[in-house]
Design a protein around this ligand. Structure first.
Ligand code: NAP
Length: 484
């Protein structure tokens, strides 16, 4: 192995995908790895989000690393705290935590003399042969542009910056937004607060799914017979990716209809026809990210819950004023207003070959070759890059496949077959042309507004099936790359 080139690799972000990247790089002999993490702890989204009711709505046995199956998941959908503990456990067991440089946000990556020069908030970190971004997708909170928010006299915070010093017991709480996050918070707090006013701008499709505990017997079976756990994973992958996500990608009309029927049936559980009508979406199921919950409708029907559908006019000291002049008096405001996924790793400034600046290349929208790489940015690879399968997919499954692909490119650098790898412009254009054509007819472009769309109306979803994604990620088509 003496002729293997020793690579120095910078990973940006110590969340779920960064931890995975470090572990798998070491598996293939790349040991000189630094993970730069802006915060003082690992875990990414599972570190940032601590709101009441937080759980992953992808089944636990699908939301795990293939190299670290977990027989101990306590529920079908694990809580945020359980996932964070899982990530920490994996990072410690595999010695990844020692590679992390905390409180060191990457500000700049510049490609110079065949290497990436990395600068973080702690200063110049030197040169790296490869840079891998692992910054997740949903981590830039969106603060609503609502007049007067600063005038509010009580606490007001974003769901991803939950203020645990604020006790909600007996309080009047306003939740602005009705996405997956609000749908988890409402049922979690409704029984302890005096009142919740839920400000809904757009009604949602809500798929009922009970979050059953996993019995001790089953956990013991998984421990004793890991193959049975793997079988569970395969079954879930088939149901989730092969049918559920395929239906959303327009590849299974029958399943799509049965999903819509399940959501309509769920909505029928709302007894009051007026409330039901106000909760009825006026766009196609799946256009916005589907909400998975069997607790949202029971919660919004509690006597101390109010669904507010009149437009918000402004916020004032005592609460939220709607355009009908009514003041909704509140003690606390929760901003469940989502994230900007299109910023990805920005404000990090990435400068590639010939001084090309990535944010300028992406001025009209984020484009990459198969979500992984960008022409003229050699040896720069993204996990969860533009048009990755996100939304209702298991992000860990997505990223693990992307990483396997990236490692095949990295192996060309290790073996000396190339010193520089970047996708060709023509291949990138052809890929994005096909993608744009497919996405234009997709469910996400069917007439709603969602976080899948950027400010220019580009839909950032992956428009094909997970099966195709897996096939495409099996091996890079080297003719699409420029190797130097
Ligand atoms: P979101 O789905 O983007 O929802 C944001 C909500 O805020 C929407 O209801 C939106 O209304 C509303 N909103 C935004 N600005 C507003 C304004 N100025 N005035 C009034 N309402 C406003 O955000 P999220 O609920 O945080 O979820 C984001 C994503 O995170 C999810 O789709 C999911 O992928 C992920 N997530 C996953 C889980 C999980 O269990 N795996 C849990 C939570 C979140 P409009 O609909 O009208 O725009």
């Amino acid at each position: 192995m003496d002729n293997v080139r020793k690579l120095r690799v910078a990973i940006v972000g110590a969340g779920a995908s960064g931890i995975m990247a470090a572990k798998k790089l070491r598996d293939v002999g790349v040991t000189d790895v630094v993970l730069f993490e802006k915060a003082d702890d690992l875990g990414g989204t599972w570190r940032d989000n601590t709101y009441p009711g937080l759980a992953c709505d992808v089944p636990s046995h699908l939301y795990r690393y293939s190299f670290a199956p977990n027989p101990d998941w306590s529920q079908r959908y694990a809580s945020g705290a359980e996932i964070q503990a899982y990530l920490k456990g994996v990072a410690t067991r595999h010695g990844i935590d020692r590679l992390i440089q905390y409180s060191s946000e990457v500000i700049e990556a510049v490609y110079r003399d065949g290497q990436w020069r990395i600068r973080t908030t702690r200063g110049d970190q030197g040169a790296f042969d490869v840079a891998i971004t692992a910054t997740g997708v949903l981590h830039h909170p969106v603060y609503p542009d609502i007049e007067g928010l600063k005038e509010f006299q009580g606490p007001a915070f974003h769901t991803a910056r939950w203020d645990h010093s604020v006790g909600l017991q007996g309080k009047r709480v306003g939740i602005i937004g009705t996405g997956s996050t609000a749908a988890q918070i409402l049922p979690a707090i409704i029984h302890e607060v005096e009142k919740v006013s839920l400000f809904q701008r757009t009604a949602q499709w809500v798929m009922p799914q009970p979050n059953a505990p996993i019995s001790e017997e089953r956990k013991a079976r998984y421990r004793a017979d890991p193959k049975s756990m793997d079988q569970k994973y395969q079954e879930l992958a088939q149901v989730f990716n092969g049918t559920f996500c395929a239906a959303l990608a327009g590849e299974n009309a029958e399943v799509y209809e049965s999903m819509a029927k399940a959501c309509r049936g769920n909505l029928d559980s709302v007894a009051d026809p007026v409330l039901r009508a106000r909760l009825t979406p006026d766009y196609k199921m799946g256009c916005k990210r589907l909400i998975i919950s069997d607790r949202f409708y029971p919660a919004i029907q509690q006597p101390n819950a109010e669904l507010v559908t009149t437009k918000i006019s402004h916020v004032e000291a005592g609460g939220v004023r709607t355009t009908d002049e009514r003041l909704h008096e509140l003690d606390c405001i929760v901003l469940a207003t989502g994230f900007d996924p299109h910023r990805l790793f920005r404000p990090m400034m990435v400068t590639g070959r010939n001084g090309k600046v990535l944010s300028e290349v992406w001025a009209d929208g984020n484009l990459a070759y198969r979500a992984i790489a960008v022409p003229n940015f050699p040896n720069f690879f993204m996990l969860g890059g533009p048009h990755s399968p996100i939304g209702n997919f298991s992000f860990l499954m997505t990223v693990e496949r992307q990483l396997a692909y990236v490692l095949q490119l990295v192996s060309l650098l290790q073996s000396g077959s190339a010193r520089e790898i970047s996708p060709g412009s023509a291949a990138t254009e052809a890929y994005n042309h096909a993608l744009r054509e497919k996405v234009a007819g997709s469910i996400w472009a069917s007439g709603c507004r969602s976080w899948y769309m950027d400010k220019n109306g580009n839909v950032a979803s992956y428009p094909w099936s997970f099966e195709k994604f897996e096939r495409d990620m099996q091996a890079p088509l080297l003719e699409d790359f420029e190797l130097a």
